[in-house]
Ligand binder design. Structure first.
Ligand SMILES: Nc1nc2c(ncn2[C@@H]2O[C@H](COP(=O)(O)OP(=O)(O)OP(=O)(O)O)[C@@H](O)[C@H]2O)c(=O)[nH]1
Ligand SMILES: [Mg+2]
Length: 360
């Protein structure tokens, strides 16, 4: 039996079928969990809340190489790692923005780069370079060019040319490693928490490391049951859902978040969510009744069938001409603009809501 699972890096064992790393046969290169994920898309052991962030960062600090920090553009806010430079002392960090294909093509790469640079400055995070990646699920000239760019960037670090992929769970690390190696060895899944330990592979005279995803427990992705994650994780390019409003309205993103908008004239609300997440819009005056009667049914998916477990967030006042994103971490965002008096958001306790300057 190989010592470690080829797909997720976990230590293989043949004693306990219920524990991680179980492989029924001595010839297995993969653990049973990887086998099921790879062949049936079946997640038997959910590792959404699995590995401690500090433990993974500790292992990364022990590796020699440049950190390629993957950030899923759709989940920019929940993918930012607070105090990153302090937590990876002495490491060069290159930011790799992943899943570019999910964002609308009307948003240019230049604008995206400027936007992210500003957000990093606000968070006091310093990176050596910003690469824009995406289109990785299929081979194409576009994705090949991005892989070349990653290779060139790694080379520019001379003696630190080993590449350590690091980032939040589900941000696309293993997909990038597989693409660089032109292989399908590493297990990839649409659920967070797939890779369980550091995996190393030799690649063109250097070592390539894949690492377990860091968990953000304030994101919908860490809280929603695995069978419902497919509703909220976008796989196709986002189609903005545009609403013009002339009276006070309430918006529901499934049963996971509610946004009440009080207007003093005319306003606009644009939703950027997975196409499979139902968005509802209705009169604000009727919203309490709707939520009390339909949470968990028409308003689904939901984390709870009662509104009692929702926290209230008040958006900062919108200045004239300003566009603001109301981000529900792990779920998506609403962009609001126009004559707005107030924006109030309800989200299940534990889910972080962030207000930021509009990205798109
Ligand atoms: N649209 C799109 N999806 C991508 C891209 N790269 C990866 N994905 C998808 O993102 C999901 C997660 O990919 P993984 O490579 O398993 O992510 P990871 O960072 O290794 O995840 P963990 O091991 O859980 O930390 C999968 O459903 C991938 O198909 C991309 O460029 N575009
Ligand atoms: Mg992985």
């Amino acid at each position: 039996m190989s010592e470690y699972c080829k797909g997720c890096g976990v230590k293989l064992q043949s004693e306990d079928p219920k524990a991680l790393g179980y492989a029924p046969s001595a010839e297995s290169e993969y653990c049973q969990r990887c086998y099921k994920m790879r062949h049936y898309g079946d997640v038997t052991i959910n590792m959404q809340k699995g590995i401690a962030v500090e433990q993974t960062l500790g292992k990364i600090n022990d590796l020699d190489g440049t950190v390629f920090w993957t950030v899923d553009l759709f989940n920019l806010e929940s993918n930012l790692v607070p105090h990153l430079n302090r937590r990876l002392p002495g490491k060069n960090i290159v930011l790799v923005l992943t899943k570019r294909d999910v964002l609308p093509s009307t948003l240019t790469d230049d604008k995206l780069r400027r936007y992210v640079s500003r957000r990093l400055a606000e968070e006091d995070i310093h990176v050596e370079d910003i690469l824009i990646a995406g289109y990785m699920t299929k081979k194409s000239p576009k994705s090949e060019k991005i892989l070349e760019e990653i290779e060139e960037t790694a080379d520019s670090f001379g003696e630190h040319k080993n590449v350590i992929f690091m980032g939040m769970a589900n941000s696309g690390k293993s997909t990038l490693v597989n693409r660089l190696l032109d292989s399908t060895d590493l297990t990839i899944s649409r659920n967070p928490g797939t890779t369980l330990d550091v995996i190393s592979r030799e690649w063109k005279g250097r070592t390539l490391y894949d690492t377990p995803g860091l968990e953000n427990d304030k994101s919908v992705l860490s809280q929603l049951p695995t069978d419902q994650l497919k509703t909220v994780i976008p796989v196709k390019p986002l189609k903005p859902c545009i609403f013009q409003i002339y009276e006070d309205q309430s918006f529901a993103a499934g049963g996971l978040a509610r946004m009440d908008v009080v207007t003093s004239g005319k306003a606009s609300v644009v939703g950027y969510f997975s196409l499979s997440l139902p968005l509802h819009r209705g009169k604000l005056a009727d919203a309490d009744r709707l939520w009390n009667e339909h949470l968990g049914e028409m308003l689904a998916p939901a984390l709870d069938s009662s509104m009692d477990t929702m926290a209230v967030w008040h958006a900062p006042k919108l200045k004239t001409g300003q566009k603001m994103d109301v981000v529900i971490q792990g779920l998506g965002w609403f962009t609001v603009s126009g004559d707005i008096r107030s924006v109030t958001v309800y989200a299940h306790k534990g889910i972080q809501v962030t207000f930021r300057k509009a990205m798109i």
